[in-house]
Design a protein around this ligand. Structure first.
Ligand SMILES: CC(C)=CCC[C@@H](C)[C@H]1CC[C@H]2C3=C(CC[C@]12C)[C@@]1(C)CC[C@H](O)C[C@@H]1CC3
Ligand SMILES: C[S@@+](CC[C@H](N)C(=O)[O-])C[C@H]1O[C@@H](n2cnc3c(N)ncnc32)[C@H](O)[C@@H]1O
Length: 383
């Protein structure tokens, strides 16, 4: 199927699944408005790739099907994410006494600061979700953001929120696959990506596209999901944790930190910062909301969020969704989605506690001032 046909089909499917009036409803009320058969199809499309097999063939299939698989994954999890987490789909570090929202925003500000984003810069947000980080970074720095995403439902939501919060002049959201970007070369002053490029089947693929669209001298800052130096792919317990993360988070393959660092260099980037922010012996770990350990709750205002993300709250949500599905209030397959998200939570906490995994490997990389653009290189090759 051609790229244009795929896009048309995905957009059409999004209308069938979520209807035309996207944005006003969020979380469980949005879930209840979904089309039953389209939801069933989306859940099947997502889960067909994660059938428990971890052999090379199964891995190859997941890597090949990355676009449809992540598109379907976010079609079915976005409402749950917004219900349980909010509109920024990423983790963050926590300081004592800090609220959940403040910690999420600080993590975004930090990336904007490390990327060197200035007022008036044109910035690309790769894999922008429903635009939570883009709205925060645009307000914080005064930059203009283009959010790139291959999920039509999230794009519609991001546009809706930008309008609602009077930010439409500072941002736009476009549909596209980050492995094949449509932007002109040397377009953006800065590029950032938050917990999104791990959905790529090959990191060189997405990093080289970022390199292409970044202006020479511009920086790219990313919070990457990677397996750490402690990870041993041949250790079945380690592989089980990685697989749980892949299954529950719609990731074709979790890569090792060295693969990511090398990929940046292979694409021509100078790597300026390479630091695992999870490796700071923080008193309150990044994965605390998923553990259900009350001792970590920092702020009474966070009780609702904490309950929904905790083990007990997740069991409650699963039970509620099961009943809703039986009564026909939630579309078929919703229960399976909560089960997959449970795998995510379990794998992420296990990966975090054992330090086999980090969701906040910070890389800041620069495209050299004198960089040759890919088209220059290919022109020279043909001369
Ligand atoms: C998938 C990637 C690359 C990043 C997303 C990171 C996090 C925002 C999500 C990872 C697992 C998610 C879960 C939930 C919210 C969003 C995550 C933390 C829930 C708490 C949402 C409410 C459900 O009932 C349980 C979910 C568990 C997993
Ligand atoms: C975990 S979410 C993070 C979203 C956002 N960065 C945030 O922090 O709120 C990952 C995002 O990457 C997007 N994504 C995954 N694969 C993609 C692809 N091939 N092209 C463009 N976007 C993609 C998803 O649709 C989703 O919006």
């Amino acid at each position: 199927m051609s790229e244009t046909e795929l896009r048309k089909r995905q957009a059409q499917f999004t209308r069938e699944l979520h209807g035309d009036d996207i944005g006003k409803k969020t979380g469980l009320s949005a879930l209840m408005s979904k089309n039953n058969s389209a939801q069933k199809e989306a859940v099947q499309k997502y889960l067909r790739n994660w059938d428990g097999r971890t052999d090379k063939d199964a891995e190859e299939r997941r890597l090949e099907d990355y676009n449809e698989a992540t598109h379907s994954y976010y079609n079915v999890v976005t409402d749950f994410y917004e219900y349980g987490w909010g509109s920024s789909f990423h983790f963050s570090r926590f300081y004592k006494g800090e609220s959940f929202a403040a910690s999420i925003a600080r993590h975004e500000h930090y990336l904007a600061y490390k990327a060197g984003i200035q007022r008036g810069d044109l910035v690309l947000d790769v894999g922008c979700g429903v635009g939570g980080p883009a709205r925060e970074i645009a307000r914080f720095t005064g930059c203009n953001v283009i959010g790139l995403n291959n999920n039509d439902y999230q794009i519609a939501k991001a546009k809706y929120y930008a309008k609602k919060y009077n930010l439409s002049d500072q941002m736009d959201f476009v549909k596209g696959d980050f492995m094949k970007m449509d932007f002109e070369e040397n377009t953006f002053d800065r590029v950032y990506a938050i917990e999104a490029t791990c959905h790529a089947p090959k990191l060189e693929g997405v990093y080289s596209e970022i390199y292409k669209v970044l202006k020479p001298g511009g920086t790219f800052a990313v919070y990457e999901w990677v397996m750490t130096d402690k990870y041993d792919e041949n250790n079945p317990e380690h592989r089980k944790i990685a697989y749980e993360i892949e299954l529950g988070d719609g990731i074709p393959k979790m890569f090792h930190v060295d693969v990511a660092r090398k990929a940046l260099k292979n694409c021509g980037f100078e790597v300026l910062v390479s630091e695992d922010l999870a490796d700071n012996d923080d008193e309150i770990p990044w994965y605390y909301p998923l553990t259900g350990e009350w001792k970590y709750v920092q702020n009474l205002a966070n009780l609702a969020t904490f309950f929904r993300t905790s083990y007990l709250g997740r069991q409650f949500t699963t039970a509620m969704v099961t009943v809703m599905e039986k009564l026909g209030l939630a579309p078929e397959g919703s229960k399976e989605v909560t089960a997959a998200l449970e795998n995510a939570a379990v794998g992420l906490v296990a990966g975090g506690k054992s330090k086999l995994f980090t969701p906040m490997m910070l890389f800041v990389a620069r495209k050299p001032e004198n960089a040759e653009t890919p088209s220059q290189t290919s022109q020279e090759a043909t001369q």
